[in-house]
Design a protein around this ligand. Structure first.
Ligand code: GLA
Length: 372
């Protein structure tokens, strides 16, 4: 790796609270983690981006003039999508060799795709000698996920991957992109990530289905309320107008409105370091994702409810798009090892699957290091 010029990284992410509200203009509270995608990069003087991986045997060569043509690649499509969106925005993309080293497990719900897209764009800018704004990189990476990978996602994952800050959560308003960093005051508690290892199935199409449902609900409600996005709807307005919606859409909107409310309360709990109270909000968030938004499924429910039933746990919920992926739990540090073995065993008995836990620190988003 020493013959590369730069090491550019972007982070995976957790989300403390604010799930399935980013694309409704709500506030979210993600944090970047130390599981990340690192890109070792050097210019190669050609019109190709040559990609290799530390963990995969594949080698891919992308033609800079035909970046639109790599959607079907099993590996390399996120890189191609990121490069294309960066190029379309008027930036110079130069030929280079990249070695990708991804420690975010694929399919874990910890946003390996955002880490790859963001680090690829930041690496391309760096190798072209260009200064970049991490927010701009996040927006182009989101565009890649939407227009190239076909997932109509919000901005949360790419924003956290790019703009995360060590030992801080980001309170991000997804409507205005205003942000506040909130220092983590965990006290005698720690954050524990557990991956359900549930095999992926139809995750993207079900995610897009939820987006379509919230768009439809917004289309109906905006005729009756002065709102610019669904997250603008207050609890009182929902109580007044909710009955205009068919039952399923009503449940979806109720989740969005109440989750947005929970984020505001959680921000206060975070500021004063009240982990017990924050934990209760996590539990409520999970229940809402399960019963109203219906994005958890049997496995994620088994995992979160097993965690919630352990005495050292202040709260637990699934994070990310759902239908698989990971949970985060707030756990008294002294009880972590007992907590983990308890949850893994209970989950295994309920589902037959073997979950795994990760220790990850809350870290910076993009980092750029000159190697030589
Ligand atoms: C995925 C998407 C995000 C967000 C979450 C749910 O991770 O990429 O934009 O919508 O799901 O909160």
């Amino acid at each position: 790796m020493s013959d590369y010029q730069y090491k550019v990284t972007a982070a995976g992410r957790i989300n403390i609270i604010g799930e399935h509200v980013d694309y409704c203009g709500g506030k979210v509270m993600p944090a970047a983690i130390s599981l990340k995608n690192s890109v070792y990069v050097r210019p190669n003087g050609t019109d190709k981006i040559n990609i290799e991986w530390t963990t995969l045997p594949d080698k891919v060569s992308l033609d800079i003039g035909r970046l639109d043509e790599y959607r079907g690649l099993k590996y390399g499509n996120y890189q191609a999508g990121g490069a294309l969106m960066w190029q379309r925005a008027g930036h110079k993309v130069v030929g280079c060799d990249m070695l990708h080293d991804c420690t975010v497990p694929f399919g874990s719900g910890l946003s390996s795709s955002a880490a790859i897209e963001v680090s690829t764009i930041a690496a391309l800018a760096t190798v072209a000698g260009e200064q970049f704004d991490p927010v701009d990189v996040a927006l182009k990476a989101q565009q890649a996920e939407r227009e190239y990978a076909g997932v109509n996602c919000g901005i949360m994952d790419q924003y956290a991957a790019a703009c995360g800050k060590k030992d801080n959560a980001i309170l991000l308003d997804c409507n205005t992109l205003e942000r506040e960093y909130i220092p983590l005051k965990l006290g005698e508690y720690s954050l524990v990530i557990i991956n359900s290892n549930k095999p992926h199935s139809l995750v993207e199409s079900r995610y897009n289905e939820r987006r379509a449902e919230t768009d439809e609900a917004f289309g109906i409600l905006k005729k009756y309320a002065n709102i610019s996005c669904l997250a603008d709807l207050s609890v009182e307005e929902f109580q007044r107008l909710g009955l205009l919606l068919p039952a399923t859409l009503r449940n979806r909107v109720r989740h969005v409105v109440e989750e947005c409310n929970r984020v505001n309360i959680a921000a206060e709990a975070m500021r004063v370091g009240d982990m017990v109270f924050l934990g209760r909000l996590l539990n409520k968030s999970h229940k809402s994702l399960s019963e109203l938004y219906e994005v958890t499924g049997r496995e994620m429910d088994a995992l979160a409810y097993a965690a919630q039933s352990h005495p050292a746990c202040a709260g637990s919920r699934m994070i990310g798009g759902g239908f698989g992926g990971s949970t985060i739990s707030i756990v008294r540090t002294s009880g972590i090892s007992d907590f983990i073995s308890f949850v893994l065993e209970k989950y295994n008995r309920a589902t037959g699957l073997v979950a795994e836990s990760y220790t990850a620190d809350i870290s910076d988003g993009i980092t750029v290091e000159k190697i030589q």
